[in-house]
Design a binder for this molecule. Structure first.
Ligand code: ATP
Ligand code: MG
Length: 786
């Protein structure tokens, strides 16, 4: 493979790829070896997907290899079921580890030998101090640590005790093996970290062979080195662990070229949670139907939901590889799902909330088969046949007794086209006693089948002929949580309190018979249910759920056709907080509808066409983004001003496409109260960490409405986050020190207490702590010292 990269593209490459490019140029390594190292203690989720796409993607791009390695050094939480599910998930995502399936537990003997070697060098010692004593003697950020009495034990005594630890002579917690490093190090991790602890526990692979287990910091770097990994990628919260990674490999005698650790921002997504510990609770406490519940952010859940692997890969790539943690809006994933499915998903008609229509002028018993393309955009598309008879079902939403001005669907006395069929007119409405429409009496116009230029009708609606209609169950999914950051609210808040009451709606409706035939054919071919994905025209993308039983079909909605989260239109029953964010949530434009206009505009204006090309080629924008930004010159110029001020074409494009365009009135950027340059400055503030992404969306909404200066708004509303690690760590430590009982309870397994600690940290920082950073510190410190 050719690794020379032209400078233009290199400029747009992420920092990891730039580092690798340089290493290969310097010939530091012969090839690129990465690894994906999950702990088999749960199912893989979206965050893991990002790491998988990055690590396996690098191996592909550089013609190297990526290992799948189970980091199974903790006997208490691991399980065979999880190792199996993880392999299935990675394969489904489209990656393969070849012969490189590894287990950290296979290295226990070698790790033990390294530990003995460190003891012999005087670089490790057995400490009989208790966990409490060790913690206490470790000091604080402002005070150096003190040696515990065993620190100067002789090498022989250490070797002897370590062997007896392994032999099972001591109970759990009696002693540990610690590195002998530097008790005054400003990096707390370097203050004689624990390498081994005693755990008389059955390991799912090694059984009872071991009763001492290595800790992450000791084990992980060795696993990498044993396997010849070159670039060991982990998330930002491990930044402080890099020093111990290097120290151990140096002490253990691994010379260059050896692995090095690089940290990137973890992926988080609004309105969902990502920690396996929390996901386990949702499963165990029955809030969801299982790990593969289609509302879960697990890869298994997304697969069952019908998300195509290609969309998930694109989503992960679009999140980028950066050094700044940010939380993505879930509509970004929906966007990629639509983008992948739109050109390939066959079309079908289906009615989700059926309302009966009777054609009073239709000859009784008469039946017609209408022909409709499976791919309407493709002139050579194969077709399917749609039966039509006197009775029909339409969607209740497509009828209004009192239509608003500009209503293009059906209303009393009004006309509408049945998609792929005739124009019908509504004459009378039969209502139930509460005044809800039950049946519409309509007539049809026989001259309107196909393209009749004399009969242009405003709207077309989807429908299913009652005769032959296939009754099905639809499961319509929505966000699992109603808060963008579940559990981050008040003191004592528990993330399950933020579960949305309507994350799934189950309704019964109908689909056209050709779709049932398609499902049967797929089953005969042995395809997995989720591999069949269709677009129900005007409704959304759907897949078949494995709960389907014979002819009883269950369809999962993958995504609606358009993003229902319109600015200014919060759904009933939402809290204030969601209302605030709903207003500014991304609202994907309906690309199918308007990209024709933009294409035409570019065809008429070579300057726009040139920019469309250049944005993609020279600046790394996606086709979609380039399209959205080049429909008119004002938008393109606004964007370029934003990119200039933001110092990044891709970030400016993402903000424009995802956040700004959805907030604009029809007249577009020309009439908003702000400028591209101002948006660019806001984007730069986000990158600099001066304001969180979420808060920046609020700022943007205000800029669009009222104009102003981003810095002034951030200052006025006190939006600057305290995410600075140096500032947060002492606060978190103070909180943990103040609640020793709760800390002990947490370590005994009550994970709910994180909410309590969060609340305290928020209190101490006047609510300005960046919640993700604060939570990271809390869990890191709690787990670290455990
Ligand atoms: P969790 O807290 O959900 O259990 P974890 O980090 O403990 O996550 P591991 O199984 O240890 O889970 O992680 C395997 C790999 O996936 C690690 O390299 C880790 O850095 C990466 N990873 C986990 N979560 C994310 C995320 N949200 N974004 C990016 N990478 C992640
Ligand atoms: Mg973990």
């Amino acid at each position: 493979m050719d690794h020379t990269v032209d400078t233009d593209r290199a400029a747009g490459r992420d920092f990891v790829r730039r580092i690798i490019d340089r290493h290969l140029e310097e010939k530091r390594y012969e090839g690129v070896v990465t690894r994906f190292p999950p702990e088999p203690n749960g199912y893989l989720h979206l965050g893991h997907a990002k790491s998988i796409v990055l690590n396996f993607g690098l191996a592909e791009e550089y013609d190297g290899r990526c290992h799948l390695r189970y980091d199974d050094t903790n006997p208490l939480t691991e399980d065979e079921e999880y190792t199996r599910s993880m392999q299935a998930d990675i394969r489904w995502l489209g990656y393969d580890w070849g012969d490189h399936l590894h287990y950290a537990s296979d290295y226990f003997e070698r790790m033990y030998e390294v530990a003995r070697d460190l003891i012999r060098q005087g670089k490790a010692y057995v400490d009989s101090a208790s966990e409490e004593e060790i913690r206490e003697a470790r000091g604080t950020v402002t005070e150096p640590g003190r040696p515990t009495p065993d620190r100067d034990r002789s090498v022989d005594d250490n070797l002897d005790l370590f062997a007896r630890m392994r032999a099972g002579e001591f109970p759990d917690g009696e002693m540990v093996l610690r590195g002998k490093i530097d008790l005054a190090s400003p990096n707390m991790i370097m203050r004689d970290p624990v390498f081994y602890r005693i755990r008389h526990a059955h390991h799912y692979r090694t059984g009872d062979a071991w009763c001492i287990y290595p800790l992450y910091d000791f084990a992980h770097c060795l696993e990498d080195a044993f396997e010849g990994v070159t670039h060991s990628l982990c998330t930002l919260e491990f930044e402080n662990n890099r020093e111990i990674y290097d120290w151990i490999l140096d002490a253990a005698g691994f010379a260059e070229p050896r692995p090095h650790q690089y940290e990137f921002a973890r992926l988080s997504v609004d309105y969902t949670i990502m920690s396996k510990r929390k996901l386990i609770r949702l499963v165990q406490e029955g809030y969801v139907s299982g790990w593969d519940d289609p509302r879960m952010p697990t890869i298994a859940g997304l697969r069952r939901r019908g998300v195509p692997p290609e969309a998930l890969r694109r989503f992960c790539r679009s999140a980028g590889v950066t050094k700044t943690n940010a939380s993505l809006d879930p509509s970004a994933l929906d966007f990629h799902v639509r983008d992948v499915l739109n050109p390939v998903a066959p079309r079908a008609l289906g009615v989700v909330r059926p309302l009966r229509v009777v054609l009073t002028d239709w000859p009784e018993g008469h039946r017609e088969l209408l022909e409709a393309p499976l791919h309407p955009d493709d002139p050579d598309s194969p077709t399917r046949r749609i039966p039509m008879s006197q009775g029909l079902w339409i969607d209740a939403d497509d009828f209004r007794k009192d239509p608003p001005p500009g209503w293009k669907r059906l209303s009393p006395g009004g006309e509408v086209r049945l998609r792929h069929g005739y124009v019908i007119r509504c004459h009378s409405v039969i209502e139930d006693p509460e005044g809800r429409p039950m049946t519409l009496h309509c007539t049809h116009d026989r001259d309107t089948l196909g393209r009749n230029p004399d009969r242009r009708i405003g709207g077309a609606i989807h429908w299913v002929g009652a005769e032959g209609a296939v009754p099905v169950e639809f499961r319509l999914y929505d966000r699992l949580f109603r808060e963008a950051e579940p559990g981050a609210g008040d003191d004592e808040a528990d993330f399950v309190d933020d579960l949305s009451p309507d994350s799934v709606q189950v309704v019964r409706g109908f689909v056209e018979p050709a779709l049932r035939d398609r499902v049967s054919a797929a089953r005969r071919a042995g395809d997995a249910p989720h591999d069949l994905r269709v677009q129900l025209e005007r409704v959304g993308y759907f897949t078949v759920d494995p709960d389907s039983d014979g002819d009883e079909l269950v369809f999962n909605r993958i995504v609606p056709l358009r993003d229902g989260w319109k600015p200014g239109a919060p759904k009933a029953g939402e809290s204030k907080k969601s209302e605030r964010s709903a207003r500014t949530v991304i609202h994907q434009t309906d690309a199918d509808r308007i990209s024709d206009d933009r294409r035409e505009a570019r065809a008429a204006d070579p300057e726009l066409e040139r920019r469309f090309e250049e944005y993609q080629r020279a600046h790394g924008l996606s086709v979609k983004q380039a399209d959205l930004l080049t429909g008119d010159r004002a938008t393109a110029e606004f964007f370029e001003a934003a990119a200039g001020a933001a110092g990044s074409w891709t970030e400016a494009a993402a903000w424009m496409a995802n956040d700004l365009l959805g907030l604009l009135p029809d007249a577009g950027v020309a009439v908003v109260a702000t400028t591209g340059e101002t948006l660019g400055r806001l984007v730069a503030r986000v990158r600099e960490g001066k304001v969180s992404r979420r808060a920046a969306k609020e700022v943007l909404a205000e800029l669009v409405r009222e104009g102003g200066d981003p810095d002034a708004i951030i200052a006025r509303d006190g939006l600057a986050p305290v995410s600075d690690d140096a500032a947060l760590e002492p606060v978190v430590r103070e909180v943990l020190d103040a609640w020793p009982d709760k800390v002990a309870e947490y370590r005994a397994g009550n994970a709910n207490l994180v909410g309590l600690f969060m609340g305290q940290v928020m209190k101490k920082t006047g609510g300005r702590a960046d919640p993700a950073a604060a939570r990271r510190w809390i869990t890191t410190l709690l787990d670290d010292d455990a």
